[in-house]
Design a binder for this molecule. Structure first.
Ligand SMILES: NC(=O)c1ccc[n+]([C@@H]2O[C@H](COP(=O)([O-])OP(=O)(O)OC[C@H]3O[C@@H](n4cnc5c(N)ncnc54)[C@H](OP(=O)(O)O)[C@@H]3O)[C@@H](O)[C@H]2O)c1
Length: 336
């Protein structure tokens, strides 16, 4: 089987990673790649190792020639293209936040703009290790946020086993490499601002990924209190390390909850007692790693690591694409 695909936003960090993966995917064939700023140029001018694809503006993308598209665009830009593609029977994996939240009012609250296509909601949330039944054969999948992926892998098993103490805050201290902010230049991600520095941002209840994390935890029956989520900008190019402080009814029972949840999962590793998860466990790979450290009977510290551009974006999008087409889930991921 060969599936013709298009990539919108091919010059961005997630788009480039996707192109790299899809170029080596045995069942995908890239038919177009879009850029507004670099339309008409070869993708090689954006990234020397890229295939020699001529970039087209999204308005000229030949949708009729593909069966699936990946949307690697800013939020609000994705939804109109998702609507257009679905209207023509083309399947969609959206890497932006546009399809992640079930309720357009929650989207407006967090993204400070009305949802451009509320009729598209809700869509399956594509974190396969937490449930893939509604992803298999889906016509459209919302790829999760990078921080959200790291936090949900570290907390959903606790919610499912009723281990979270009702009402107790769930505290997450998270750090991301600079590519998490995208390739579009901004002052706070300039080399001279980031190098030798380490900065918190949107701490407490300010980061947009809170909305999707809380949506999933609520659906999993979590009775935990408020999520306190404090992200930091790490002076490295890629990788997310989230440290979760979970107040639990029985820290001793937590390991079984995680090993059960991820038994047989090739891309999520629960590290043995005493080994702590680090970025080196996962950077440039499609995998996640978790370490579990009880601190007394009722506090569990989970360290969750992923590569933000892979498990946090492009390789997870390929997992979702594979499920959509009933292919083995890790097809095409050997390249990373
Ligand atoms: N970076 C991460 O770690 C990460 C992880 C998970 C999800 N995401 C999400 O994935 C999406 C892409 O992120 P990214 O980091 O790859 O962003 P990026 O590096 O800033 O790239 C954005 C891409 O979108 C295109 N673009 C920008 N404005 C556009 C517009 N108005 N209309 C059409 N195309 C436009 C750009 O193309 P030109 O400038 O060439 O025209 C570029 O190809 C975002 O929604 C982001 O939140 C990112």
């Amino acid at each position: 089987m060969s599936i013709d695909v298009g990539i919108y936003g091919a010059t961005g960090y997630t788009g480039l990673e996707l192109i790299r993966l899809l170029a080596g995917h045995p069942h995908a064939s890239i038919r177009f790649a879009t850029s507004e700023a670099s339309a008409g140029q070869s993708l090689r001018q954006s990234w020397p190792l890229a295939p020699d694809l001529t970039l087209v503006p999204s308005a000229d993308a030949p949708l009729d020639e593909v069966q699936a598209v990946f949307l690697c665009l800013p939020h609000t830009r994705s939804a109109p293209l998702a609507a257009q593609a679905l209207g023509r029977g083309v399947r969609v994996v959206d890497l932006s936040a546009d399809l992640r939240l079930d309720d357009p009012a929650v989207y407006a609250q967090w993204y400070k703009v009305d949802h451009p296509h509320p009729e598209l909601l809700p869509r399956p949330y594509g974190l396969p290790e937490l449930g893939r039944d509604n992803l298999i054969g889906a016509e459209c999948i919302a790829n999760p946020g990078c921080y959200a992926t790291s936090v949900l892998l570290a907390t959903v098993p606790l919610a499912r086993h009723d281990l979270l103490i009702p009402g107790a805050p769930l505290i997450v201290d998270a750090k991301s490499g600079v590519s998490g902010a995208g390739r579009t230049p901004k002052q706070n991600i300039l080399f001279a601002e980031v190098h030798g520095n380490f900065s918190p941002y949107n701490i407490g209840r300010g980061h947009r990924h809170l909305a999707e994390i809380e949506q999933v935890l609520a659906a999993e029956g979590s009775q935990a209190g408020p999520l306190i989520f404090s992200p930091h900008l790490l002076p490295t190019d890629r990788g997310i390390l989230s440290t979760v402080y979970a107040q639990v009814t029985d820290a001793g029972a937590a390991r079984a909850a995680f090993t059960t949840a991820y038994a047989g999962e090739p891309l999520v590793r629960v590290l043995p007692d005493g080994e702590l998860a680090t970025l080196r466990h996962v950077v440039n790979t499609p995998a996640a790693a978790l370490s579990l450290t009880p601190a007394g009977d009722n506090l569990l510290i989970v360290v969750s690591v992923i590569d933000n551009l892979l498990k946090g974006a492009a390789s997870q999008a390929v997992q979702n694409f594979n499920l959509m087409w009933n292919l083995p889930e890790t097809t095409g991921l050997a390249a990373c």
